[in-house]
Design a protein around this ligand. Structure first.
Ligand SMILES: *[C@@H]1O[C@H](CO)[C@@H](O)[C@H](O)[C@H]1NC(C)=O
Ligand SMILES: *[C@@H]1O[C@H](CO)[C@@H](O)[C@H](O)[C@H]1NC(C)=O
Length: 407
C-alpha cells in the first residue's frame, strides 16, 4: 500500500523526463552515415586550433589570489615582486574558534571572480594591476601546527626573506608613497593572509628590523592588548591572538601613536588603561553613528600624524571581526553589532597617502562561513589594500572625477 504522499512524488518525477524527451526531439537529425564517415576519416582538431588557449575561468584553474602568478617565493630567490600576497595558515593561538589555518585558502577562493584584467574600481578610480608594479601570490608559509614557538619563528623568517628581496619597480620614479627602511632603500610590501591574529607578533619583529618601531592602524572588534589569559603559566602561553600587541610593546616594536578602530568587545577592569599604556587610541564601533565616517578617517590620520618619527611607517592590521558577523560570520571570536563592509571600505579609502609598510587580514575561519560571505569580503578588502598601497591621496567621489577609461 502506498503512503498518500507517494502519488504527488511520482508526478514530480515524471515532469522532467517528459521535458527531456521533448528536448531530444527538437535537435536536428543527421543520417548516421554522415557522422560515421566524418569520425572515420577526419582527425579531431586540437583544442588549441579549435578553441585557442586554455583559459582559467572564475570557477576553474589552480588557486592563486585573483588568478595572479603564483610562485613559491620562499624557496625561489628569482621570484621578484613589489607587492607579495603571503598566506600564513596558523590557528593555534586563538582563544575561541580554531580554523583560521584555512583562511588563506578561503580568501584566495573568495577572490576567484577578481582578476588582473579587470582590476579597476569606481571606488578608487585606479587599477592596482596596471600601475607598473609587480604583484605576486607567494604561496603559504609551511607553518608547524604542532609547535607554536617553531611556528612563530617560521613566520618571522619567511616574512624577512620576502621583505629583503629586491623590488622590480623604482617607486621614487613613480607617483606613489613608498616607505624607506633604515638602509634608505625601498622594500617590497607584503599583504599577509591569516591565520589567527598571533601572526602579527613575528611580522612586527620582522618589520622592526627594517623600519624600526611602527605605528599600527588596527581594525578589530577587540583590543588585543591583554597581558595574558588566566592560568597561562609558561612564557610561550602568553603568545596568543589577544596578547600580541602587549608583547610587541614590551619588545619595543610599536610606536606610542597607534589606533584601534571598530572596538566593541566586552572589557574587564584595567583593560582600557593597559591599552593606553601599549600606545593605542580607541575608536569604537558606535563612533561611526555618532561621528560619521569622515570624522573617523580624520581621527585616524591625526593620530598617526602626531609623531613625525613614525608618521612614515604604518602597517595596517585588519581583523575580519571588525565587520558585523552577519557580513563576516566566519571568524574566531565574533562580536555582534559591527561595521558594514561598505563602511569599512570607505574608511580604508580615506587613509590613502599614509606611508604603509604592509597589511594583513586575519581571523578568517571558513568552517563557520555561509556561501563564502566572509572569504569574498576578505578578498575584496585585499584588493582595497592593493589600491591603498598605490594611491597617493584618498580618491575623489567617482561622480566628481572626470570620466576616464579603466586603467
Ligand atoms: C565522407 O567524407 C568525405 C571527405 O569529407 C566526403 O568526400 C565523402 O563524400 C563522404 N562520404 C559520405 C558517404 O558521406
Ligand atoms: C622562480 O621564479 C621565476 C620568476 O618568477 C620563474 O620564472 C621560475 O619559473 C620560478 N621557478 C620555479 C621552480 O618555480
Amino acid at each position: 500500500m502506498f503512503p498518500p504522499l507517494f502519488a504527488p512524488l511520482i508526478v514530480w518525477l515524471l515532469v522532467p523526463v517528459q521535458v527531456a524527451v521533448a528536448d531530444i526531439d527538437s535537435f536536428p537529425q543527421f543520417p548516421l552515415s554522415v557522422l560515421l564517415n566524418e569520425t572515420a576519416t577526419t582527425d579531431d582538431p586540437s583544442w588549441l586550433k579549435k578553441y585557442g588557449s586554455q583559459i582559467d575561468q572564475a570557477f576553474s584553474g589552480p588557486l592563486s589570489f585573483s588568478h595572479i602568478p603564483y610562485r613559491r617565493c620562499l624557496e625561489n630567490a628569482s621570484a621578484q615582486f613589489d607587492i607579495a600576497i603571503l598566506g600564513m595558515p596558523f590557528d593555534t593561538g586563538v582563544t575561541y574558534r580554531s580554523g583560521a589555518r584555512f583562511g588563506p585558502y578561503a580568501i584566495r577562493s573568495g577572490s576567484r571572480r577578481q582578476r588582473e584584467a579587470r582590476g579597476y574600481t569606481l571606488s578608487w578610480g585606479t587599477d592596482p594591476y596596471h600601475q607598473g608594479f609587480t604583484i605576486l601570490d607567494c604561496g603559504d608559509i609551511p607553518i608547524s601546527p604542532f609547535d607554536n614557538a617553531l611556528a612563530i619563528d617560521q613566520i618571522q623568517v619567511a616574512y624577512s626573506t620576502l621583505l629583503r628581496r629586491s623590488m622590480i619597480a623604482e617607486p621614487s620614479r613613480m607617483p606613489v608613497v613608498w616607505p624607506l627602511g633604515y638602509d634608505r632603500a625601498t622594500h617590497p610590501r607584503i599583504i599577509s593572509l591569516g591565520g589567527d591574529h598571533t601572526i602579527v607578533l613575528p611580522i612586527l619583529r620582522s618589520l622592526n628590523k627594517v623600519y624600526g618601531p611602527v605605528s599600527v592602524i588596527h581594525f578589530d572588534a577587540h583590543l588585543d592588548t591583554w597581558v595574558t589569559y588566566p592560568g597561562q603559566s609558561t612564557p610561550q602561553s602568553r603568545v596568543t591572538h589577544g596578547t600580541f600587541f602587549s608583547l610587541a610593546w614590551e619588545e619595543g616594536l610599536i610606536a606610542s601613536n597607534s589606533v584601534h578602530a571598530g572596538i566593541r568587545c566586552k572589557l574587564g577592569e584595567g583593560d582600557l588603561e593597559n591599552d593606553q599604556v601599549v600606545g593605542f587610541q580607541v575608536i569604537s564601533t558606535d563612533d561611526i553613528d555618532d561621528l560619521g565616517v569622515s570624522e573617523i578617517i580624520r581621527l585616524i590620520r591625526k593620530r598617526i600624524g602626531q609623531s613625525p618619527v613614525y608618521l612614515r611607517q604604518v602597517p595596517s592590521r585588519l581583523d575580519i571581526d571588525v565587520l558585523d558577523p552577519g557580513l563576516a560570520p566566519a571568524t574566531g571570536t565574533p562580536e555582534a553589532g559591527g561595521w558594514t563592509t561598505r563602511e569599512l571600505k570607505r574608511i580604508i579609502r580615506g587613509l590613502a597617502g599614509l606611508n604603509f609598510v604592509g597589511a594583513d587580514i586575519v581571523e578568517v575561519s571558513p568552517a563557520y562561513d555561509n556561501a563564502e560571505i566572509t572569504g569574498i569580503a576578505a578578498a575584496d578588502l585585499v584588493h582595497d589594500f592593493l589600491s591603498l598601497f598605490l594611491s597617493t591621496f584618498p580618491p575623489m567621489i567617482h561622480t566628481q572625477r572626470s570620466v576616464s577609461n579603466p586603467r
